[in-house]
Design a protein around this ligand. Structure first.
Ligand code: ADP
Length: 447
């Protein structure tokens, strides 16, 4: 065990014991009141009156029960309330408790049954799980039996004359019980310590795990940020040389197309096409890293206007494909308006792009507002997606088609997911091959 674990074990152990001491002090405070009431009942029912001829007077037992019992209870109750958990409080309680046994034995005229109160009290005192309290109690019992047995045997043994060794016999029974109770106290203390050791070790382990998780999360966040920064810088810096390559290729094509042999023309065509695709890829990558790094605080955004902007950006594609777009009234939401526009543009753009050859695209946009968020839905009648691809299409560079079938870079939907996550929402798709797809996304209100 390490030093920290030792210290923690000790702290837990003291907290635990202190709790037990305090609770037991309070339990005895209640017991004292009950005993006092019981003592009064005994005195009043067994011998309330003493008679001298025809005159009677209140028996001294009643006064003993009232005043001595009151005094015996009041002090430990006050200690339990004012000084709970203190060492001397439980020893005072032990002394009072045993004196209570003595008083009850006296009040019942030394009945043997009342002697069992001593054994019961010791068992109750063992709840403290502190064997020293039992030693104090035993000394009080032994001293009481010795003194009263010697000077007032009737009060303790119920007979006028008792053997001078009788107190030893009684004390021996008490010691006999003590042996078991003390053993139990020591065992309980050992078990408590073991529980505390386990708790301390577990707590330290948890803290170490928490620290590791925090560290790893911070490292992950940092490396993610570095990666995003790298993607941004790399794609940004690639734009310039690519622009040169592209421009010179265009120039080459303009000046020498038709002047070279057929293979020469083809090479130029492939080179121009490759440069254009690379340009698209770099732009999409830039967009992807921008979504992660350039985030604005959310503002109240009129979704109707945002969708209008997205549609005007897609005007050419819409007209060329004869797309019909319908929509329900769309609510205002708290969002980064630039990112929201990009989100609609990507999803509507895909709905137009992935259309069936023999059917003009029909797209419907709708929204549903709930207490927690707003859910937007974009439904199309295009080629559809097989269920096994529902998840992976949102991963970067995941495409289901070749560039010849449908142009694209496989970045659009991963940008969409990032935007939605930035807004505390989620995105998913429902689709059937050949019938169309429905993309859903939610935007959390609080983000
Ligand atoms: P890109 O369109 O550039 O390939 P995306 O990330 O936008 O990349 O889309 C990933 C893949 O998801 C696409 O290649 C396509 O197969 C599929 N997809 C996306 N939107 C639709 C849609 N509306 N209908 C059918 N398939 C779609």
């Amino acid at each position: 065990m390490t030093g920290t674990a030792d210290i923690r074990t000790e702290t837990f152990f003291h907290e635990m014991r202190d709790g037990i001491f305090r609770r037991t002090d309070h339990m005895f405070a209640t017991l004292m009141i009950i005993q006092w009431a019981f003592g009064m009942i005994c005195a009043l029912t067994l011998s309330p009156k003493a008679w001298e001829g025809a005159t009677s007077y209140t028996h001294p037992h009643v006064w003993a029960a009232l005043f001595m019992g009151g005094a015996l209870s009041a002090f430990p109750i006050a200690m339990a309330i004012m000084k709970p958990g203190e060492v001397y409080t439980r020893h005072i309680i032990a002394i009072s408790q045993m004196l209570w046994s003595a008083l009850l034995i006296h009040l019942t005229g030394g009945r043997i049954e009342t002697h069992f109160h001593v054994f019961g009290s010791l068992a109750f005192l063992a709840i403290y799980r502190d064997w020293k309290v039992l030693v104090t109690a035993t000394i009080v019992v032994a001293a009481d039996h010795f003194l009263r047995g010697t000077y007032f045997p009737e009060s303790v043994f119920g007979v006028a004359a008792a053997s001078q060794w009788r107190w030893i016999e009684h004390a021996a029974w008490v010691v006999f019980e003590d042996v078991f109770l003390i053993k139990t106290c020591i065992q309980a203390k050992r078990e408590m310590r073991e529980i505390c050791i386990r708790r301390a070790n577990l707590e330290i382990l948890n803290e170490e795990m928490d620290a590791k998780v925090t560290l790893r999360t911070a490292e992950l966040a940092r490396s993610n940020q570095e990666l995003q920064q790298f993607a941004y810088i790399a794609s940004h810096d690639l734009q310039e040389p690519l622009r040169m390559v592209s421009s010179y290729l265009q120039l080459l094509k303009k000046r020498y197309q038709g002047k070279l042999d057929q293979s020469g023309d083809e090479y130029i065509h492939f080179a121009v096409d490759g440069a254009l695709r690379m340009k698209q890829l770099i732009n999409d990558l830039l967009e992807y890293s921008r979504v992660g790094t350039q985030r604005k605080p959310p503002v109240l955004t009129q979704t109707e206007t945002t969708v209008d902007h997205a549609l005007s950006n897609l005007k050419v594609a819409i007209e060329e494909s004869d797309t019909v777009i319908t929509r329900d009234p769309l609510p205002a939401v708290m969002a980064d308006d630039v990112q929201l526009e990009r989100l609609f543009q990507n999803l509507i753009g895909n709905a137009i792009k992935y259309r069936l050859k023999d059917r003009a695209p029909q797209i419907h946009i709708s929204a549903k507002k709930s207490d927690q968020d707003t859910e937007f839905t974009i439904r199309d009648n295009g080629i559809g997606i097989a269920p096994e691809h529902f998840e992976r299409i949102f991963d970067i560079f995941q495409r289901l088609h070749t560039a010849e079938e449908f142009s694209g870079t496989g970045i659009g939907l991963s940008v969409c997911r990032k935007i939605v996550e930035n807004h505390g929402g989620k995105i998913w798709v429902e689709s059937e091959v050949g019938k169309g797809s429905t993309f859903h996304f939610t935007l959390g209100e609080k983000k």
